[in-house]
Design a protein around this ligand. Structure first.
Ligand SMILES: *Cc1c(COP(=O)(O)O)cnc(C)c1O
Length: 372
């Protein structure tokens, strides 16, 4: 929890107490345009322009809203490329979108699978699949970082290949936002969505984000599920019957947003802005490299690293494959916040904003003694 989060939330509570509904305009940080206070800093985190970025909803909701606009299957071109073993919510979202269009996921899904005996995907294989199936692919939608293996994908190369095939390319940045240095605009990605309660420290139920590339900013003919918060600000309160979407990512908003959640997230984004993703990523590579070295030094056949060794193919996270779930329980009992994922992985992520090299060293000692 950012140390400033409480004060940010309390400011809105105080203004609510004082102004009631008039807080929409009279609050110190007026609620009507509140989401705009987060746009610039969030855009910097994902390497986007402000017009391409909006803070709204939560991740899976944003995925659905963007898929409504950017997954446009035709008779010949209708398939979606995803990772096999993608995060379940993404799998459910994509499968339900296919069914919504009357398509059968067993036919319309192309699932990328690591080579036999390997745990992570090779970029060349991803691109080869896209090229092979080019004519039938409508959408390529991968995670920026795989939640299970910690593998970071080459989003630039994948976007290029997807576009060459004539497909739309989107990314789920749940484990990438606030973790990697992202360049959504320069990489020419069509759309992306992410949550703010992982690396972005936005707190429980934090508001997520969405990216829509500038070239779609004025694509008002794209189908979309509309609501009044996506409507032209100048005429929103004229309450007219016709929907006139805002240009850019803001035009995908539906409802007026949760201010208390946004206040908490704002506290965190200011810290990210102060540190900067370039500096954070630099320290992150060192921290994770140090963690990798110490784990390898333990040299115990009961544990192995799943995450790629190449620092450019991972963020903070290392996934440790283990034989026994008890190891996770032992680590946690020593005060470490580590995560268990079925069937056999402990995820650990030294985070550059608040973890130190000493933390990493202590973790390795705890892991070593737990194995004993
Ligand atoms: C955490 C995570 C989600 C969760 O989605 P919510 O809609 O925020 O609950 C979805 N996809 C991925 C890849 C995730 O890592």
């Amino acid at each position: 929890m950012p140390k400033t989060a409480r004060a940010y939330v309390e400011q809105e509570l105080a203004d609510w107490e004082r102004f009631a509904v008039e807080g929409h305009v009279h609050a110190k940080n007026p609620w009507l345009p509140y989401h705009e206070f987060l746009t610039e800093q969030m855009a910097a985190i994902v390497g986007a322009k402000p017009v391409e970025t909006v803070v709204m909803n939560s991740l899976t909701v944003n995925l659905h809203l963007l898929l409504v606009s950017f997954y446009r299957p035709t008779r010949e071109r209708y398939k979606i490329v995803i990772e096999k073993g993608a995060f379940p919510s993404d799998q459910y979202a994509v499968a339900s979108q296919l069914k919504f269009h009357g398509l059968d996921p067993s036919d319309a899904l192309i699932e990328l699978t690591p080579r036999h005996g390997e745990s992570t995907l090779r970029t060349e294989d991803i691109i080869e699949t896209i090229n092979r199936e080019a004519a039938s692919i409508a959408l390529v939608m991968l995670g920026g970082v795989n939640y299970y293996t910690g593998q970071a994908f080459d989003m630039k190369a994948i976007t290029e290949a997807g576009h060459k095939a004539g497909a739309v390319v989107g990314f789920d940045l749940a484990h990438a936002a606030g973790n990697l240095e992202l360049k959504m605009h320069d990489w020419d990605v069509d759309f992306a969505a992410w949550c703010s309660y992982k690396y972005l420290n936005g707190g429980p139920g934090a508001v997520g984000g969405a990216f829509v590339h500038e070239r779609h900013a004025n694509s008002f003919d794209l189908p979309r599920f509309a609501g009044w918060w996506g409507h032209d600000k100048a005429t929103r309160f004229l309450m007219g019957p016709e929907f006139h979407p805002l240009a850019g990512a803001e035009g995908w908003q539906i409802s007026n947003p949760p201010i208390l959640q946004m206040a908490a997230l704002r506290a965190s984004l200011e810290i990210f802005a102060e540190a900067g993703m370039t500096a954070l990523r630099k320290k992150s590579k060192k921290l994770t490299g140090y963690l990798e070295t110490l784990i390898n030094e333990i040299d115990d056949a009961r544990i192995s690293l799943v995450t790629p060794k190449d620092p450019d193919q991972r963020g903070c996270q290392l996934s440790i494959r283990v034989e026994d779930k008890k190891l996770h329980e032992q680590i946690v009992s020593q005060g470490v916040f580590a995560d268990w994922r079925e069937p056999n992985v402990i995820r650990v992520a030294p985070v550059p904003l608040y973890n130190s090299f000493a933390d990493v060293c202590r973790f390795a000692e705890i892991l070593r003694s737990a194995l004993k």
